[in-house]
Design a protein around this ligand. Structure first.
Ligand SMILES: C[S@@+](CC[C@H](N)C(=O)[O-])C[C@H]1O[C@@H](n2cnc3c(N)ncnc32)[C@H](O)[C@@H]1O
Length: 599
């Protein structure tokens, strides 16, 4: 079923203010705020000193917010007022609080030092996405008149302000003082940045000022990852858009989060583990996050934790990559987990598509099982053509290793060996195999070439240099985008190329699929390349991966046809069958009935 929801001005770059159906006055106001944001960003002198840069960014934003909410609390920095700042604050008073907080918050985030912004994951959630996540939690039983809700990374209050508004509505009929006292005891934000915490208080003041009561402190400032254990098991709803990005942990913190860690830690993984601690028995977690936790190797311990402690019950995939979170190029999911003792494995999946006119469509794809065992990837559909496929692959036990192959990444990290690279070859040098040697048309025909500023030749320290490869293998591009026609782009490195050079260096943006040492593979390299280049296998891959990285772990986790089934493919390849014939054969193995409409 497809239905529309209005997410006017969702992206912050509404391309069509005239036709989007939103109140044209709102659009004018939003358009003017975007212009002011741009003017402030352009005219902003960026001091080299980070603390000075932060002081100015916060001073400007403080002046804006004081113009927006003149009775608000004193800011933690000296305001830096200007005509533009006052104009922005005054215009925002015409907007609902959620929209105002998003656009005023976005002025703050664009003025921040970009390093600081990425390190702390300061990207605020647009109002339509917030509303959708709150609706999802509501659908799963959250009652705003009783719930105790917290956001452990509340930023400028994207979730706190609308939750306060929903609580006020749910408590309608009670005395204002009672309502305020109730909300004070049931709503909390935690935030590292005191200035963002102050912004949250300002937007809460805008929502709650009609009650005519003194505003309590809703936001606790500090590092949420060090939150007191007294908060554990006490929140019915833990909600938010936690920060994300790789983070280095010291021994103490690795130990503390060990139950959800495997290899590199990511902030949002730690915040998901934190939410499991915070949530009360039979409570709910509702998070906006990237989708790498669904299939990524580094999230396998987290997946295990979630299926045993707090199972996913509902996932929305946001389809538009750009424009939802300005500057963020990752597939985004809204996930609701429930902390209940249940063996129920089904997750309801919806696709929310942001269209050109900034309205969204919701398509319900159905309910899909996530595996119970040892942190295996969660295969979930992103489009209707993947629905039948998922049912079918659940009964396909074979993996690449059953065919006798394993995946590793090309060993040559070129920027660690700059002095050993050259444009022209000479005695003792070997050719470098870059991703561009694997053609994007999925023809599977390897062509050695070098483009852009890549160097074609590498001087190894000797024949035992660990960057050298001397066996034939399937090469697979390691970085492809969701928008590309194919995510999986493979070619066989031909034996005559290896015979000519004896050894080559495979660059790190290439995956290599090689026979497992000591085993005789059950199918040829050509069969593996044809499989990976097929539309059906590409569809399978898109059910676990929405990032740009094509990881060895995910390729090894993908269901494959059994070796006996692949004999047919072998025959077709030997007969030089047409591409379409091979596509149909692989489609049949995966029971893909229809071809994908557009990717
Ligand atoms: C992606 S933003 C989301 C903010 C807000 N929840 C929203 O949805 O707009 C993440 C927020 O987490 C905060 N943050 C980062 N690390 C934190 C930590 N260790 N403890 C508490 N907050 C943190 C950042 O300052 C930022 O405001």
């Amino acid at each position: 079923m497809t239905k529309s929801i209005n997410v006017a001005a969702l992206s912050g770059d509404c391309p069509d203010f005239e036709r989007c159906g939103a109140d044209s006055r709102v659009c004018e106001d939003v358009a003017r705020l975007l212009c002011i944001r741009e003017e402030l960003r352009r005219s902003f002198h960026k001091p080299k000193d980070v603390s000075e840069h932060l002081r100015i960014a916060r001073g400007i934003t403080a002046a804006i917010l004081l113009a927006y909410q003149p009775d608000g609390a004193e800011p933690p920095v000296e305001p830096i007022s200007s005509d533009l700042a006052v104009e922005a604050g005054v215009i925002a008073r015409n907007l609902d609080v959620e929209t105002a907080s998003y656009y005023l918050g976005s002025i703050y985030t664009v003025l921040l030092p970009s390093d600081y912004r990425s390190r702390h994951g300061v990207f605020y959630t647009p109002p339509a996405v917030t509303a959708r996540l709150l609706d999802m939690a509501e659908k799963d039983g959250i009652d705003w008149s009783t719930v105790r809700a917290c956001d452990p990374a509340c930023g400028g209050g994207a979730f706190l302000a609308p939750m306060a508004a929903r609580m006020v509505r749910a408590l309608n009929g009670r005395l204002p003082a009672e309502i305020m006292a109730h909300i004070a005891g049931h709503l909390r934000g935690f935030e590292l940045d005191p200035f963002s915490g102050w912004m949250s208080q300002m937007f809460l003041a805008a929502v709650l000022s009609p009650l005519g009561q003194e505003l309590p402190q809703f936001v606790v400032i500090g590092d949420s990852l060090g939150i007191s254990k007294e908060e554990y098991d006490s929140w019915d709803l833990v909600i938010g858009n936690p920060p994300y990005g790789k983070v280095k942990l010291d021994t103490h913190d690795r130990e503390k989060w060990s139950r959800s860690l495997f290899g590199h830690a990511n902030l949002y993984g730690l915040f998901t583990d934190l939410a499991v601690h915070l949530v009360a028995k039979s409570g709910m977690i509702a998070y906006v996050t990237p989708t790498s936790f669904l299939g990524g190797q580094y999230f396998q311990a987290l997946r295990s934790l979630m299926v045993s402690e707090c199972r996913p019950v509902r996932i929305d995939f946001l389809q538009s990559r750009q424009g939802i979170f300005a500057d963020v190029l990752q597939e985004t999911a809204l996930t609701v987990y429930r902390r209940v003792e249940t063996r129920q494995r089904g997750v309801a999946v919806d696709i929310v598509t942001v269209t050109e006119t900034s309205s969204a469509e919701i398509e319900h794809l159905g309910s899909f099982d996530v595996p119970d065992e040892n942190g295996s990837p969660w295969f979930l559909p992103r489009q209707s053509t993947q629905v039948d496929l998922l049912e079918h692959i659940a009964a396909m036990p074979a993996r690449l290793s059953d065919l006798g192959y394993e995946v590793s990444t090309g060993p040559l990290v070129w920027n660690r060996h700059k002095t050993k690279l050259a444009a022209a070859g000479s005695k003792g040098m070997v050719p470098v195999v870059w991703a561009e040697c694997i053609p994007s048309d999925n023809s599977g025909i390897f062509r050695w070439k070098v483009t852009g500023d890549h160097f074609g030749w590498f001087r190894p320290r000797g024949s035992d240099d660990p960057n050298l490869v001397e066996e034939p293998c399937v090469l697979l591009q390691r970085t492809t985008a969701v928008e590309q026609r194919r995510r999986l782009i493979a070619a066989v490195m031909p034996s005559n190329f290896l015979a000519q050079h004896h050894q080559v260096a495979v660059e790190n943006h290439v995956n290599m699929i090689r026979p497992i040492r000591g085993q005789t593979p059950k199918v040829s390299l050509e069969v593996v390349a044809a499989l990976l280049n097929s539309e059906a296998v590409d569809l399978v891959f898109r059910c676990i991966n929405g990032s740009v990285a094509v990881s060895a772990y995910e390729i090894e986790a993908m269901p494959m046809p059994a070796a006996e089934q692949l004999q047919k493919l072998k025959t077709l390849i030997a007969r030089r069958a047409k591409r379409e014939t091979i596509e149909v054969a692989v489609r049949n193995m995966y029971a893909v009935l229809r071809t994908r409409s557009a990717v």
